[in-house]
Design a protein around this ligand. Structure first.
Ligand SMILES: [Zn+2]
Length: 329
């Protein structure tokens, strides 16, 4: 069992900000902090991560004896990265870091174990340990926001594949004639169901002359349409918004059907901003699953909202420490 007094610093490194917090072995977060991330400046980016960790450490000092409590630092960062070596490879939204040994740099400063993984994997582990996947053995978790991240956790372990690059489920193609994804491939689920693509489909229909309250939210300019506006319009009873989200749910059903046929997880967890917006369509996905899945028991697999919202990265970073600490004891 893990030390019940152990606490970790969980760090969420993004393209525009670094968030950090203190996380106990029950997955509860305190001492949140947030600093801007200079994504184009390598020393500045490292300094931002250190400053976020320092702020959490300082807040902890005021309440506890930090040195006896904090046992590790866990960082979730944009991929691609190597979770075994802690090297950030070449993330598109952190251009300052190319083959950057982030774990080694942070270890040098704090003399603590440092664990690193990408956002999708780390969020999935946090959900499996402390969130909506608690009590399940095989967990599939997806975060639907500006992109689609995924993570596969079996028996409290992230499935990493051969080199650590597994779990990129957001870039599996569901239609090879579909739209071009940011990754370069055609028809990834991300290019159908992530926030910007939901907004794009609504904008295309409005440009073609369909009427919707979404255009009012965007002050008459289809270029300004966001997925949040589509969600708001749906809640206001807008028929076009409803159709766009129903179509998104159908794309997700095709994708989840594939995932169940491949992995047959014990639970499927959906997080992220667009994921939360799609919650009213979970029942539709459940009902339509048998059309897109050969698993005769596919409807027995719970499809549930994530426990962690905006804090998923902080919890995810800490979860990387929790499994390592537990394994060592
Ligand atoms: Zn893609």
């Amino acid at each position: 069992m893990a030390n019940p007094d152990a606490v970790f610093i969980g760090v969420d490194v993004g393209g525009t900000k670094v968030a950090a917090g203190l996380v106990n072995s029950a997955g509860e977060i305190s001492h949140h902090t947030r600093v801007p991330m200079p994504a184009n400046d390598s020393p500045g980016a490292l300094a931002a991560v250190i400053s976020a960790i320092d702020l959490v450490g300082k807040a902890t000092d005021e309440n506890h004896r930090r040195e006896s409590l904090i046992s590790a630092i866990g960082i979730c960062a944009p991929g691609p990265l190597n979770p075994h070596t802690g090297v950030i490879v070449n993330p598109p939204n952190l251009p300052a870091w190319r083959n950057f040994p982030l774990a080694a740099e942070i270890t040098k400063v704090y003399k603590l174990p440092v664990h690193i993984d990408n956002d999708g994997n780390a969020a999935a582990l946090a959900e499996a340990l402390w969130g909506a996947g608690r009590g399940y053995r095989n967990v599939f978790c997806t975060t639907i926001g500006t992109g689609i991240g995924t993570g596969i956790v079996c028996n409290r372990r992230i499935y990493h594949g051969r080199t650590g690059a597994a779990g990129e489920g957001g870039h599996t193609t569901i239609d090879y004639r579909g739209p071009r994804c940011g990754c370069g491939k055609l028809g990834c689920i991300e290019a159908h169901a992530a926030g910007p693509y939901i907004a794009r489909r609504a904008a295309e229909r409005i440009r073609a002359g369909e009427r919707s309250v979404i255009l009012d939210y965007a002050e008459g300019c289809p270029d300004r349409i966001t997925s949040e506006m589509v969600g708001r319009a749906y809640l206001a009873g807008d028929p076009l918004a409803k159709q766009v989200l129903e179509q998104t749910a159908e794309y997700l059903t095709i994708w989840i059907g594939n995932i169940i046929d491949l992995l047959e997880p014990d639970v499927i967890i959906v997080g992220g901003g667009a994921g939360a917006m799609l919650q009213p369509f979970f029942q539709q996905i459940h009902n339509r699953l048998p059309t897109w899945c050969i698993n005769s028991q596919c409807q027995e697999i719970p499809l549930v909202p994530a426990h962690y919202g905006a804090d998923a990265g902080i919890a995810g970073g800490a979860a990387l420490c929790e499994v390592t600490t537990s394994a060592n004891l």
